[in-house]
Write a protein that binds this ligand. Sequence first.
Ligand SMILES: Cc1cc2nc3c(=O)[nH]c(=O)nc-3n(C[C@H](O)[C@H](O)[C@H](O)COP(=O)(O)OP(=O)(O)OC[C@H]3O[C@@H](n4cnc5c(N)ncnc54)[C@H](O)[C@@H]3O)c2cc1C
Length: 162
Amino acid sequence: MQQFRPMRRFKQQLTNERCVIILENASSGVLALIGDNDHPYAVPLSYVYADGRLYFHSALEGHKVDAIRANPKCSFCVIDQDELHPESFTTHFRSVIAFGKIHIIEQETERLAALRLLGHRYAPGDEAGLQREIDKDFTHVLLLCLDIEHLTGKQAIELCNK
Ligand SMILES: Cc1cc2nc3c(=O)[nH]c(=O)nc-3n(C[C@H](O)[C@H](O)[C@H](O)COP(=O)(O)OP(=O)(O)OC[C@H]3O[C@@H](n4cnc5c(N)ncnc54)[C@H](O)[C@@H]3O)c2cc1C
């Protein structure tokens, strides 16, 4: 069986470049993991995209971290837009799904780089504030990295050719 399947409604598929732009602009998405007792666990998270990877920060323990330690396979979904159109019983949606494997970053310089990327994404320009946060939180935060293996984006048919 192929690892990742093609989109059936391929006319609605976004280019890879468009998917990356959406990942660069959105501020949160939902990380899907294999959770306790193999029950899917979909948890909302803030993130930053850089060079084919997604970075997250997390508390040191919890359901999400246990799931990641047990099985690195995951997907991350970002909704770019979801505009209601009641007159046609539809929504004009656009979304991206990234599949890959996620791991806890162990190496200190990589941890620091990931935390800086997140800081710059969420508080651009506040270098002093970011340094204070890093000094305060660095030892009790986990940094996670999702290596994207397969990226797809889809939009409502009404948005095609717009
Ligand atoms: C938009 C957004 C952005 C966020 N960004 C971050 C982030 O960058 N980093 C981060 O660590 N957390 C973030 N959170 C919080 C995140 O969703 C989790 O609550 C948090 O990461 C703890 O997860 P856990 O599995 O360790 O929790 P645990 O307390 O171990 O989870 C135990 C149970 O609590 C429930 N639960 C946990 N989280 C949620 C939730 N969000 N909604 C409903 N039920 C829940 C589930 O049933 C879960 O099985 C964000 C939440 C939102 C909505």
